[in-house]
Design a protein around this ligand. Structure first.
Ligand SMILES: [Zn+2]
Length: 133
């Protein structure tokens, strides 16, 4: 008989495992990909044009603003107990801009809505993301 397969740790995956200050930072902190120009790597200043290479970042800003709006809607739905809608919105966020915090949020929303197979899949991806970062 084979030894039971060791499952990945879920440590840090669920809000109860994360110290409050770390959770607050994850929710409010800007995704790391937003900090640099995707063309030249210069630190971004929030402008629609890169100060170094003059790349047009307008379309990128539009996507980021859309992701922020969807994130706010997802959190609002979660706070109201509308977990299925929160999961739909979180999935839409991930299609625009994937962060480990968004993946964990989607996992929790799936768990709360009773979609356990998807919660399992997203949880495994969240753990994998954490290991890569
Ligand atoms: Zn640049």
């Amino acid at each position: 008989m084979d030894a039971p397969r060791r499952l990945p740790s879920t440590r840090g995956l669920f809000p109860a495992d994360v110290p409050d200050d770390r959770l607050a930072r994850q929710v409010d902190e800007e995704p790391p990909a937003r900090q640099q120009c995707p063309t030249c790597g210069a630190v971004r200043r929030g402008d629609a044009t890169c100060h170094r290479c003059k790349s047009d970042l307008g379309a990128l800003l539009d996507v980021e603003h859309r992701a922020d709006g969807l994130r706010r809607q997802a959190r609002s739905c979660y706070a109201h107990g509308w977990y299925r809608r929160a999961a739909e919105l979180a999935a839409a966020v991930l299609s625009l801009e994937a962060t480990p915090a968004d993946r964990r949020f989607l996992t929790c929303a799936c768990l709360m809505s009773g979609d356990y197979p998807r919660a399992w899949r997203e949880g495994l991806r969240a753990v994998a993301d954490e290991r890569l970062s």
